[in-house]
Design a binder for this molecule. Structure first.
Ligand code: PEP
Length: 254
């Protein structure tokens, strides 16, 4: 049997940037100029603007992603947002365990795991971020760090649930720094992750899971990264804040 073809997936993480008007204008610009994309596309605006962006992309092929959520369904959790609320405003995806949440806001693998299970139970597609710091890379720990993050963040998922998850490998030293991993460096980690999925789940799951690369992806480096056999898309920060550069990356995902 032929292994499934993984459709590339490009997602833009707007982080804590842009005003409401700028968010809507960016979303409208992407929708207007996207045309027929040969990949899945999503945007992740600040949570306060999810609803407005949802309306701006309504009826288009652009999917909506949140940047975070809480694992509980409802209740006394001041400041938090549940999976059901995200579905309510039209989200299809949720980014979980982004390195900025892990390193600046102290989010641990257990929390990412609770959120992942809650997102899947509600019907959201989680984009699970993993990645090593520069110190860990220089100490030769990249493989063990990334594998441990995956194992702990993805504990308790069924094969079927795992097949629908998106993993984003984002070396922390490459995020927002302009220092992109070389295609070989990224492919090595992606191939390791796929082997891990094969050993923990099975070959069907391993060949179905999309693994995005993230870290200073730009239109001029996207083509080479995305042509690697185990790189199935990109999670884009800075270059997702402009229509031209985001579309340039999408165009590279052939
Ligand atoms: C990110 O926010 O996930 C990211 C990869 O940012 P940048 O593209 O700016 O490095």
């Amino acid at each position: 049997m032929e292994p499934p073809v993984r459709r590339p997936f490009i997602a833009g993480n707007w982080k804590m940037n842009l005003s409401r008007d700028e968010s809507v204008a960016l979303a409208e610009g992407i929708v207007e100029q996207l045309g027929e994309a040969s990949c899945d596309v999503a945007v992740a605006p600040p949570s306060l603007y999810l609803d407005a962006v949802s309306q701006a992309i309504s009826g288009s092929s652009v999917g909506l992603s949140a940047q975070n959520m809480y694992h509980e369904g409802n209740g006394a959790y001041t400041g938090e947002i549940s999976a059901t609320m995200l579905l309510d405003v039209g989200c299809k995806y949720v980014i979980l365990g982004h390195s900025e949440r892990r390193h600046i806001l102290g989010e641990c693998d257990k929390a990412v795991n609770q959120k992942t299970l809650a997102a899947l139970a509600a019907g959201l597609i989680p984009i699970i971020c993993v990645g090593e710091t520069l110190e860990e890379r220089e100490a030769g720990k990249t493989q063990s760090v990334v594998q441990q993050q995956c194992e702990d963040s993805l504990a308790g998922l069924t094969n079927e649930q795992m097949a629908g998850v998106v993993i984003a490998y984002e070396p922390v030293w490459a995020i927002g720094t302009g220092k992109v991993a070389t295609p070989d460096q990224a492919e090595e980690v992606h191939a390791d992750l796929r082997r891990l999925l094969e050993s923990r789940y099975n070959s069907e799951v391993a060949s179905a899971v999309r693994i995005q690369y993230g870290g200073s992806v730009k239109p001029d480096n996207a083509g080479e990264l995305l042509s690697q056999p185990n790189i199935d898309g990109a999670l884009v920060g800075g270059a997702a804040l402009k229509v031209d550069s985001f579309l340039g990356i999408i165009a590279a995902a052939k």
